[in-house]
Design a protein around this ligand. Structure first.
Ligand SMILES: Cc1cc2nc3c(=O)[nH]c(=O)nc-3n(C[C@H](O)[C@H](O)[C@H](O)COP(=O)(O)O)c2cc1C
Length: 395
């Protein structure tokens, strides 16, 4: 039975202001069973369009949760502004009729260097949650990194995947559970383990506090079933900074332990300091993701694109270095690669696509950024990934 988006939102306990929902979003016929009807897509052309539409479609709580940054949101702003400040240095009169955007990462070829960063709780954005995301990612040919905090189990997501998946791990305080979780990801066919290292605790997230963040009834941490932390907000309080879903005791010892547990390549996500990058090389990991968690944890750390060059220099080509945070344009992808990234990840942009149009919206957001990236390559006279270096940045 088809349900309207309004009915679904009400049953999920996340109904936004009724007058908002009754607007643009109900223009089309009802979608498939248990899905909200698709939003009209004709007006959505670029990522900012999807962002605006997502704000209309999401409940206020989900909007605050997804779009927020920590504290004063200075780093949130810088993540974007630092890309804006970088200017491009084009070459003219280059034959750009053939562009090659393929990149090799961990021994596998990707058709283009944009991946989906791990983000929690996709059912806040769409009733099909991560199943819609993985379908959308697959249709776009993109690799998705599934969060430990997904609202669909890692096995069910893998069963719906048509493209490679990576699994993001939050080491759980229960180490035996963590060991089994890693084993589950490996058995389900995930091809890399992305260990998030920038979240021993969560940051000061006042927008979600003010919006009374909680998981609506029926929405749970599907991978944590069996733990008491599978449901509920699990947030810090005024009395304690700790969250029961995160382990503040994790150190380099756990990285060694994880490497001993799995044959999967281990990447560290959330490395900003070049000294940590050097240590990571010594620890034998397979890659790094320069990330400040989408500016959601420690406010006033630099923009990731400003942190990237020093990390790249320290790593000296021994590992692939990826970057995420603030990428909303194809030109930003070009700038990141120009400053030494092997590939980039996007977080909020595809969540906005998911909220606006479900799986199709995820596909469209990836396609839009991919096309913008290709335009930027053509217009700067760079015909392959290998041809993108620091000379593409105007100094
Ligand atoms: C709503 C939301 C949830 C997130 N959840 C996770 C998570 O579960 N694990 C993780 O490692 N990072 C998480 N992140 C951080 C992203 O992986 C990524 O670093 C960030 O979104 C990149 O910035 P961008 O949103 O500006 O593209 C989350 C980010 C957002 C916006």
């Amino acid at each position: 039975m088809a349900v309207t988006r309004r009915e679904w939102l009400r049953s999920a306990g996340v109904l936004a202001g009724a007058s908002v929902i009754a607007g643009k979003g109900t223009a089309r016929a009802a979608g498939p069973a248990a899905s909200p009807p698709a939003a009209g897509s004709a007006e959505l052309f670029d990522v900012p369009d999807f962002e605006r539409q997502a704000q209309v479609r999401l409940s206020p709580m989900a909007w605050e949760y997804i779009s927020e940054g920590a504290a004063d949101e200075l780093t949130l702003r810088w993540n974007r502004e630092s890309y804006d400040r970088l200017r491009l240095r084009p070459r003219a009169l280059v034959d750009v009729s053939q562009l090659d955007t393929r990149v090799t990462l961990l021994g596998r070829e990707l058709p283009f260097p944009i991946l989906l960063a791990p983000t929690a709780y996709h059912k806040l954005a769409h009733p099909d949650g991560e199943l819609a995301t993985v379908r959308g990612a697959g249709a776009a040919g993109a690799t998705m990194v599934l969060s430990t905090m997904s609202t669909v189990s890692l096995e069910d997501v893998a069963a719906a995947a048509t493209h490679p998946l990576w699994f993001q791990l939050y080491v759980q305080p229960d180490r035996e559970f963590t060991r089994r979780l890693v084993g589950r990801a490996e058995s389900a066919g995930y091809q890399a383990l992305v260990v998030t290292v920038d979240a021993p605790v969560l940051g000061a997230r006042y927008r979600e506090l003010r919006a009374h963040f909680n998981l609506p009834p029926g929405v749970e941490r599907a991978n944590l079933k069996g733990l008491v932390t599978a449901t509920g907000a699990q947030r810090a309080t005024e009395q304690s900074i700790f969250s029961a879903t995160l382990d503040p005791k994790v150190t380099w010892k756990e990285i060694d332990w994880l490497r001993s547990l799995t044959r999967l390549p281990v990447l560290l996500k959330g490395v900003m300091n070049p000294d940590d990058a050097a240590r990571a090389v010594d620890a034998g990991v397979s890659g790094l993701i320069v990330s400040n968690h989408g500016a959601r944890n420690l406010d006033t750390v630099p923009a990731t694109i400003d942190a990237l060059p020093e990390v790249v220099a320290k790593v000296g080509g021994r590992l692939p270095v990826l970057v995420d945070g603030g990428i909303r344009r194809g030109t930003s992808v070009l700038k990141a690669l120009g400053l030494g990234a092997t590939a980039v990840l996007i977080g909020r942009p595809y969540l906005y696509g998911l909220a606006a149009e479900g799986a199709a919206g995820v596909t469209r957001v990836v396609n839009i950024l991919r096309r913008e990236f290709e335009m930027a390559m053509a217009l700067t006279g760079r015909t392959s990934i290998a041809a993108i270096d620091s000379s593409v940045i105007w100094r």
